[in-house]
Design a protein around this ligand. Structure first.
Ligand SMILES: Cc1cc2nc3c(=O)[nH]c(=O)nc-3n(C[C@H](O)[C@H](O)[C@H](O)COP(=O)(O)OP(=O)(O)OC[C@H]3O[C@@H](n4cnc5c(N)ncnc54)[C@H](O)[C@@H]3O)c2cc1C
Ligand SMILES: *[C@@H]1O[C@H](CO)[C@@H](O)[C@H](O)[C@H]1NC(C)=O
Ligand SMILES: *[C@@H]1O[C@H](CO)[C@@H](O)[C@H](O)[C@H]1NC(C)=O
Ligand SMILES: *[C@@H]1O[C@H](CO)[C@@H](O)[C@H](O)[C@H]1NC(C)=O
Ligand SMILES: *[C@@H]1O[C@H](CO)[C@@H](O)[C@H](O)[C@H]1NC(C)=O
Ligand SMILES: CC(=O)N[C@H]1CO[C@H](CO)[C@@H](O)[C@@H]1O
Length: 619
């Protein structure tokens, strides 16, 4: 009460001074968060939950039909869809807290990433990659809040290629071909764009729109594409090989995370209970069936029991960690960690990523005008302007088609893309990189990010110890295979062609190629590009494959219904089940997966035979 009165008083004061309390509210918010994030040190472990780990008493948290671990992309969708059955009770455990007005500003995602909303992971030192990073460790950003990684991601809505899904099905996963999954992409979507009509949903829970306004030089990019006969199309529609304005999950210019789109929509239901700041540390498995979950919160330890299922949606790094801590994983590794083996499965083994090369930065003779922070906020409040665009990515295209699918994606990022002051978010070595970034004037450079869509290299997730206080070990194993380098170089050559078109010559586009490394190699030779790729590349933060779906328990962790092989009442539903990379980004894919499995679960438990024998027996 006192707080509220005080708040009104402040608002009143601001109104007297400035006339627009909302603008001042955001200005303050932005200043505070920017400042704290610039000096923020990433966590190194889960010690914030430490008291709970060592608590000897386990309190009973009660019984639920479903326990969902993680309120990220997948968990938010599942909670909403399963709770549509009013007889079912759902518990959602989330390690992080709530989203904020600040984290909802798309363009300020870098600052959100340098805050407690990011778990704080770094990869293990890479052998053949991340050479420009401190200790050769690449970032492994993961969201830790309602919405999970969709609370701090790039918001790009890119589904991938039909053939990606047909390949999943060919691996022995019935129900996952493109024709099977397309209705689930459409189901969740509320499309505000002029896309191919039969491919988009209107009236779904998750908004898709363009970010406005676009850069003045976007038409030049499209002109250049036209010169090379690259079609302008809807890459989430009928055909993918071409370019499109970026489609993003904003709602009126604000981040529309899965937390907001899905969980906020359902969490008031009486059969849903969401517990934040709760870290699941073990799945209790008895007689090869999941019985419940142990979690820590507020320095205490709890046990919740699952009548029907435990569903793990903790993401592609944390799900394998939790499974292994619970005795499900490769037996040699579990033995080494001193963990009792319940099920020997290749958990954590097939880590796939989308490596990204950010080194194609071009000087132009175009200069972007200034815009004051007040003006930017004013526009943001109307759903417009630079603050609404997450990575300042104006357009996305696909190239280098092999066997009917693209191998490289490119993002076109107009001036104001680059700020040199957040090198730490990429873990770049400042001393090494400063001379490079000093050449870059954000107002007059444009850049291309090149994404390798289907890497041949495989990484893995392991435990550091059997203690949940430790972070998992993340080894991307980037660029282990030379083919991965070759494919990115094809993308580089494509961009070099593109920027030599008449259109881009109007801007006198010149590659900024005074890199602080690889200087002894012949400029633009294969070795030269390979060297730069190994130094500068990062990932797109699209980890998947670590709890791969497939019929064979030697190579897969879950079956095509995402049930863990050999363990009853336990499913994994998150990006980790993706068996092969998609030619797109992973949020839309994860949402589709959770939509589809919600229907699988509903169908299973409402079968008449099952209803009789189990479901109604305890009602
Ligand atoms: C920086 C960044 C940029 C990205 N950009 C894009 C993009 O532009 N487009 C796109 O499509 N995708 C993007 N992605 C990827 C996309 O966000 C993820 O693929 C997607 O969110 C994965 O969903 P998920 O449900 O598997 O995991 P998450 O969304 O990460 O959710 C997992 C949740 O589980 C919680 N959790 C984990 N462990 C525990 C535990 N033990 N107990 C309790 N809770 C736990 C986490 O806190 C988290 O909330 C990006 C990701 C990042 C990090
Ligand atoms: C956990 O990380 C903090 C720094 O964030 C460090 O001070 C502490 O020693 C670490 N604890 C353990 C048990 O590793
Ligand atoms: C670039 O252009 C040259 C000359 O037209 C052509 O031979 C080459 O195949 C192009 N490369 C790519 C990757 O598009
Ligand atoms: C930019 O450079 C191009 C090519 O040199 C030139 O034709 C054009 O007039 C220049 N534009 C500006 C604004 O300087
Ligand atoms: C084009 O750019 C190059 C390199 O930045 C510069 O040296 C040259 O003067 C520019 N030419 C014009 C016409 O602007
Ligand atoms: C339109 C836009 O984003 N303008 C910004 C470009 O970068 C400068 C310097 O960081 C900002 O002051 C502008 O507001």
């Amino acid at each position: 009460m006192v707080k509220t009165i005080f708040g009104f008083f402040i608002l009143f004061l601001l109104k007297v001074v400035n006339g627009d309390p909302k603008i001042d509210y955001y200005k303050n918010l932005i200043n505070i968060y920017k400042e704290t994030s610039e000096s923020y040190k990433l966590r190194q472990n889960n010690s914030e939950f430490k008291q709970g780990f060592y608590s000897s008493e386990i309190k009973d948290f009660g019984n639920f039909d479903f326990i969902i671990v993680g309120a990220g992309a997948a968990g938010s969708v599942l909670a909403t869809r399963l709770s549509e059955i009013s007889e079912w009770s759902i518990l959602v455990l989330e390690a992080g807290g709530e989203e904020t007005d600040f984290s909802k500003i798309p363009n300020l995602l870098k600052y959100v990433q340098m805050s407690e909303v990011n778990w704080g992971y770094l990869s293990v030192p890479q052998r053949n990659a991340c050479l420009a990073m401190v200790n050769q460790q690449c970032m492994a950003i993961r969201g830790k809040s309602i919405g999970g990684s969709t609370a701090l991601n790039g918001l790009m809505y890119v589904r991938g290629n039909p053939e990606d899904y047909n390949k999943w099905a060919q691996l022995g996963n019935p129900g996952w071909s493109y024709n099977d999954v397309l209705p689930y992409f459409i189901k969740s979507e509320n499309s505000q764009i002029d896309g191919d009509p039969s491919f988009h949903g209107k009236g779904g829970l998750w908004n898709v729109e363009y970010a406005y306004p676009h850069s003045e030089i976007l038409p030049i990019f499209f002109e250049a594409c036209e010169e090379l006969q690259i079609p302008l199309l809807d890459f989430n529609g009928y055909k993918q090989m071409g370019v499109t304005k970026t489609q993003i999950n904003n709602l009126n210019g604000r981040r529309h995370s899965c937390g907001e789109a899905f969980l906020d929509y359902s969490r008031h239901r009486t059969n849903v209970q969401v517990v934040t700041n709760a870290l699941a540390t073990q799945i209790i498995i008895d007689k090869k069936a999941a019985q419940g979950v142990i979690f820590v919160k507020d320095d205490q330890k709890f046990q919740a029991n699952a009548n029907l299922e435990v569903i793990v949606s903790a993401g592609a790094f944390n799900t394998p960690q939790l499974l292994m801590l619970s005795g499900i994983g490769p037996k040699d590794h579990l033995r080494e960690m001193g963990i009792e083996i319940i099920e020997d499965l290749p958990v954590g083994q097939n880590l796939l990523e989308h490596p990204m090369f950010p080194g194609m930065i071009y000087q132009s003779n175009y200069t972007l005008g200034d815009m004051s922070m007040d003006e930017q906020i004013k526009q943001y409040l109307k759903g417009l302007g630079p603050l609404t665009n997450p990575g300042n990515v104006d357009a996305i295209g696909f190239t280098n088609e092999q066997d009917g699918i693209p191998t490289v994606e490119y993002m076109f990022i107009p001036p104001n893309s680059t700020s040199n002051n957040m090198m730490q978010i990429l873990n770049y070595d400042h001393q090494l990189m400063t001379s490079y970034f000093d050449q870059i004037d954000p107002k007059s450079v444009f850049r291309f990010h090149l994404i390798l869509l289907h890497e041949k290299s495989r990484g893995q997730i392991k435990l550091k110890s059997n203690n949940p206080i430790d972070f998992p070990d993340i080894d991307y194993n980037l660029f282990d295979e030379d083919k991965d380098i070759d494919n990115i170089i094809d993308g580089i050559n494509f961009i070099r062609n593109l920027t030599q078109t008449k259109a881009f010559r109007k801007l006198n586009a010149t590659l900024i190629d005074k890199y602080p490394f690889c200087t002894d190699l012949d400029k633009y030779s294969r070795q030269y590009w390979e060297c730069l790729i190994r130094y500068m590349s990062q990932t797109m933060y699209h980890p998947c494959g670590t709890t791969t779906m497939g019929p064979d328990r030697k190579t897969a962790v879950v079956d095509s219904q995402l049930k863990v092989h050999g363990v009853e009442k336990l499913r994994v539903v998150d990006a980790g089940v993706i068996p092969l990379t998609v030619s797109g980004h992973t949020a839309a894919v994860t949402v589709m997966i959770a939509e589809k499995i919600s229907d699988v679960i509903k169908a299973f438990y409402t079968q008449s035979s099952y209803k009789k024998s189990l479901f109604y027996s305890y009602l």
